[in-house]
Design a protein around this ligand. Structure first.
Ligand code: ADP
Ligand code: MG
Length: 242
């Protein structure tokens, strides 16, 4: 059964319809990659899934329950669906550890003592044990992004959304962040990511969706979509980025 199912999602900003009836299914433990030109609606779709943007039409089913119904409290959903952005958005005046502890303490009401074992384990898992007391400006971009991922995971989400999380990084730092995604995938995390890393998508995605002007024009396993795109627009996009 689908963990996440989107049907007929529409979202406009003023007269600009950015999502034009998106259907998307994400199964348990799947990694789904969204690809497409800048402005095709990838970020908006991810923000809608996390209820950071209200949608105009359609449904977003999380385990079969519509989470996009007007009037529902978005907070519990945001705890179940984590999101990490291109810009790491760490609080500069707080250490890596304080950044990670903040939301689970405030939102979940958990104590520092109760959180520390699992938070330390997360820092260790992503090679950051010796960076917990550092401030963001003392960390490389790759380390900051890994801390941002730890911060999202500390909320124990069931699904993770990643919006071009390597796009702001120096090329030599991209690999260490992709390794984190590899690790999460091996661990069975259900993930949706917008990415320009076509090699990565090809290697690890269960499904790749090509967004074009606010619709999913074409989707399929990476081996199919990258080698035998059905649509001319998919072919044109891939020929530009591959
Ligand atoms: P992508 O992530 O694929 O580059 P986006 O979802 O960021 O695409 O943007 C799709 C379109 O939506 C763009 O035309 C962008 O200008 C517009 N858009 C995105 N966010 C907003 C917003 N908050 N207000 C107005 N327009 C927006
Ligand atoms: Mg974007």
């Amino acid at each position: 059964m689908a963990r996440l199912e989107v049907r007929g999602l529409r979202k406009s900003f003023g007269a600009n319809e950015v999502c034009r009836g998106i259907d998307l299914t994400v199964a348990e433990g799947e990694m789904v990659c969204l690809i497409g030109a800048s402005g095709s609606g990838k970020s908006t779709l991810l923000r809608c899934l996390n209820l950071l943007e209200p949608i105009d039409d359609g449904v977003i089913l999380l385990d079969g329950v519509d989470i996009a119904e007007p009037g529902l409290d978005p907070q519990p959903v945001r705890q179940r669906i984590g999101i990490v952005f291109q810009s790491f958005n760490l609080f500069p005046h707080m250490t890596a550890l304080e950044n990670v502890l903040l939301a689970p303490r405030r939102v979940r009401g958990r104590t520092r003592e109760a959180l520390m074992p699992e938070v330390e384990a997360l820092f260790a898992r992503f090679g950051l044990s010796d960076r917990m007391e550092h401030y963001p400006d003392q960390l490389s971009g790759g380390q900051q992004q890994r801390v941002a991922i730890v911060r999202a995971l500390a909320m124990t989400p069931e699904i993770m959304l990643f919006d071009e999380i390597t796009s702001a990084l120096d090329p030599e730092l991209v690999g260490e962040v992709l390794d984190v995604l590899r690790d999460l995938r091996a661990d069975g995390m259900t993930m949706v990511l917008a990415t320009h890393e076509m090699g990565f998508a090809r290697e690890l995605a269960d499904k790749v969706c090509f967004l074009d002007a606010g619709t999913i024009l074409e989707e399929g396993p990476p081996a199919e979509l990258f080698s035998q795109p059905r649509h001319e627009r998919t072919r044109a996009f891939l020929s530009r980025v591959l």
